[in-house]
Design a protein around this ligand. Structure first.
Ligand code: DX5
Ligand code: ZN
Length: 217
């Protein structure tokens, strides 16, 4: 069955200290890093791009970089992100013109393929492609900002995917923390992104332990 992995989102960390914050969370037990790339067009916010990832990779040599691409025309950044050292490239189905071509492009660049769904997008928009991707990201907030409230009704999409695609990696992202991890685990998510709940935690190691235990149960 799918692994239970916890991936902090560093969007709300001190971005002026991205390497130190990343290593702090990895030392606290993070299984991977979830890196939020925003272009100011697909979402009304702007964060980091492949030049920053290239530098981060030199300071964080071993971690799995899960790139959450909240960008228009996601095909533009596939090769630059692969060259920068990204491990997984998760594009939004709402931004991809030709999903099959995007999947091929990411695979040819040597990265795991993720496809993301905004809250307003029905899960059957991605079901034709699920057999070709490594992971589906079910957003549990409207993309663009950390620190928003968890949308519990999105668990129906997670449950549907888990029931129909047993070995699929299913990631949840947005407002997730120890208080709502059980809902995510019960629905079948196995890759857990958590930003504010971990970055602001006085004991991120304990918070990650709690969440991993719940998902592994
Ligand atoms: C929002 C991002 C999420 C967010 C998670 O657009 O995709 O990764 O930063 O952070 P929290 O857990 O604070 O919602
Ligand atoms: Zn994200």
């Amino acid at each position: 069955g799918p692994r239970a992995l916890i991936g902090p989102s560093i969007l709300n960390a001190d971005l002026a200290d991205l390497a130190a914050e990343s290593n702090r969370l990895l030392d606290a037990g993070a299984d991977y890093l979830h890196l939020d790339v925003m272009d100011g067009h697909f979402v009304p916010n702007l964060t980091i791009g492949h030049p920053v990832i290239k530098c981060l990779r030199r300071r964080v040599p071993a971690a799995f970089f899960d790139m959450h691409m909240m960008v228009e025309r996601p095909e533009r950044w596939v090769q630059p992100m692969a060259d920068a050292g990204a491990d997984q490239y998760t594009f939004h189905v709402e931004a991809a013109g030709d999903v099959a071509a995007m999947v091929r492009h990411v695979r040819e660049a040597g990265m795991r393929v993720g496809v993301a769904l905004k809250p307003g997008t029905a899960v059957d928009v991605v079901t034709p492609w699920v057999d070709r991707v490594d992971m589906v990201l079910v957003m549990t907030v409207e993309p663009g900002f950390g620190g928003q409230s968890f949308m519990a009704d999105m668990m129906a999409k997670v449950r549907y995917l888990r029931e129909n695609f047993k070995d699929l990696d299913i990631e949840v992202d947005g407002g997730v923390g120890p208080v709502n991890i059980d809902a995510c685990a019960d629905a079948g998510a196995n890759m857990i992104v958590s930003g504010t709940a971990l970055v602001t935690s006085s004991d991120p190691a304990q918070a990650m332990m709690t969440m991993r235990t719940s998902v592994t149960r």
